[in-house]
Design a protein around this ligand. Sequence first.
Ligand SMILES: [Zn+2]
Length: 388
Amino acid sequence: MRWGAGSVSGDMTRTAVLALLARRGPLSRAQIADALEMSPATITQSTKHLLAEGLLVQEAPRPSPAGRPSIPLSLVAGSAHAVGVQVAHEHVTGVISRLDTEVVHSFRQDFDPAAPQALATLTALIRAEIDELERRGLPLSGVGVAVPGIVDPETGTLRMSVRLGWTGLPLAAHLRAALGVPVFVDNDISAVTAAERLYGPGADEADFLLAAVGQGIGLGMVLDGAPYRGAAGAAGEFGHMPVQTDGPLCVCGNRGCLESLVSTEALLHNARTAGVIGDDADLDDLAAAARTGRRAAVDLLETAGTLLGRALAGVINLLGPRSVIVIGEITALWDQLDAPLRRVLLEHLLPAVRETRIDVRPWDDELIAVSAARVVLGAPLAAPRQKS
Ligand SMILES: [Zn+2]
């Protein structure tokens, strides 16, 4: 595993060790040092602290081919927990995750961010999760909150969220004061990307992109081992890449953004307007219409796949990632989008990046909340300076 410049501090080593053991199960110090490409001395020092804190335990020695028996270290699964919460414009989803990333509790509740008491409602929902942990006598590391919008990674202040209608909200500071526990707030796609870097199959890759395509479109970037956030924490607004002159009006106020043409909202709107599906129909209905060969549905998704593929080709040519992970509600339509998208990639990708893998993941409603919890378990990577 390669870590980006400046991303390996004492805390980062700790985070990397915990995430590695969660991913791979018990490993010896030598195996950990090898997997993380860090010095054995660094790993010995880091694991000493983790053992003293009770987060790790030594297992019985195992015979090793090298002669000296190896002593595997394993996580104490219940020694730490994090609450992860996704705030969306119609609901709040939450989970409680153990140190080994097992989800032990989850909830989903309708939510109206425009309601005057929205913040109080959100605070009460999170407090109920903390109470639940206390009732069960389980230790809490902190709370991770993922929101759609631009978040200052240093303070956890939500600078702007078009979807929630919230602007300049010091969300982390508010929740920390109200709940009395460590709270980290991050952009939803950044949270998923950071969690992927530590805990996902992407953990072994130092250069990957994560394209999230649903009601909004965002891009998480891990470049040279480290998450890339941009100078103002606003990098990754893939949805607002201009792709069509005089295109439809976008939520950002501009015209012809990728999001105004390819978001699931835009696809449903276009399909309804064209009479392909009924007013109450959803993405599954659109997928079904295309699967049965309905021309208008097939054409609509062909266009969407082409637009998305062209925009992705530009980004891949620019950044040269090893892989692109695609997540989001749009994956329900992937059997229709895949062919046009791959055709366009083949047309536009430069030979040097033509081997870039496209990994499409089935959409999981809890992914963002789970990732927010994992961000807390791996806080130094995602939010190095959000103070608790
Ligand atoms: Zn836009």
